[in-house]
Design a protein around this ligand. Structure first.
Ligand code: G3P
Ligand code: CA
Length: 274
């Protein structure tokens, strides 16, 4: 049974969580605590949140070279299918159904569709972090394809690219020096080390990997990711101390349940039927 947004807010102390501070809140794989990750549904819910800094999502590439939005290299965890994304054509991949409870119509989105959904919000200040999932399957030409698509959609200023592959981020910068890029890794020290020579603008560490004094990372956007519960897992109700994270030099956080933390989240506008 879904709780109301108000009910879900009551589990935490909002001022202690830092909602009035400067921490920027992103929706990790969309609103992925209450909706299936990386779906149009989860992204649609995220774009309704006033004050959200951005949405994070993951891309893989199909056999016929199409960019699709899915976290894993395989389709097994999130759909009824079996196998690697790279072994499906887009047409066959689109026949699969996302495990989504009552939301039976959800499919693996094509990247194109996500831009169409988010376009107005991206044109009015919301950001999109596109994580290139290319460190396990190194997809040839992925960087060119996503840059081309972003340019065609005219949303280059809204996009932040990231990857665990520093080489991929170096390639993005080589193709477009105005592109904003972030280096992913567990520890912030490894992000910083991998960033050397890539021209990247940001560090994207695991939140428990803040192993450098904040002075060492001053000047970088430091966007931390978490390992929270994802739909349909049951939430624990744990609330983060965002002020404490800010003190460590973290500037942004990717959260599965961003609606609980975003400034104005208790406003009428955000009191929707979740
Ligand atoms: O980009 C931050 C975060 O999404 C990286 O981890 O596994 O959720 O893609 P993962
Ligand atoms: Ca990701």
């Amino acid at each position: 049974m879904r709780q109301s947004l108000e009910g879900r807010l009551s589990g935490g102390n909002l001022s202690r969580m830092g909602r009035d501070k400067g921490m920027k809140i992103w929706a990790h794989r969309g609103c992925s605590q209450w909706y299936p990750e990386n779906t149009l549904l989860a992204f649609g819910k995220a774009m309704e949140i006033q004050g959200l800094a951005g949405i994070e999502m993951d891309i893989q590439m199909t056999k016929d070279g199409e960019l699709v939005v899915i976290h894993d290299e395989r389709v097994d965890r999130t759909t009824e299918g079996v196998g690697l994304v790279r072994d499906f054509t887009l047409k066959d991949l689109r026949k699969l159904h996302i495990h989504a409870g009552e939301h039976k119509t959800q499919r693996i989105p094509a990247m194109d569709e996500v831009f169409d959904l988010l376009h107005a919000r991206l044109a009015s200040g919301m950001k999109l972090n596109i994580e290139l999932k290319n460190s396990v399957c190194p997809y040839d030409g992925m960087e060119e394809k996503i840059l081309d698509m972003v340019a065609r959609k005219g949303v280059g200023d809204a996009v932040v690219y990231s990857s665990f592959s520093a080489k991929s981020m170096e390639r993005i910068k080589a193709l477009d020096k105005t592109a904003e890029t972030g280096i992913l890794d567990g520890k912030v020290s490894d992000c910083l080390y991998k960033l050397i020579g890539t021209g990247a603008n940001a560090l994207h560490p695991f939140w428990k990997g803040m192993d450098l004094p904040r002075e060492r990372i001053a000047g970088y956007a430091v966007r931390a990711y978490f390992s929270g519960h994802l739909y349909p897992e049951k939430p624990t109700g744990t609330r983060l101390d965002l002020e404490g994270l800010e003190k460590q030099g973290i500037t942004d956080v990717f959260l599965n349940e961003p609606e609980v933390y975003v400034q104005n989240c208790a406003d009428e506008k955000n009191r929707m039927d979740w």
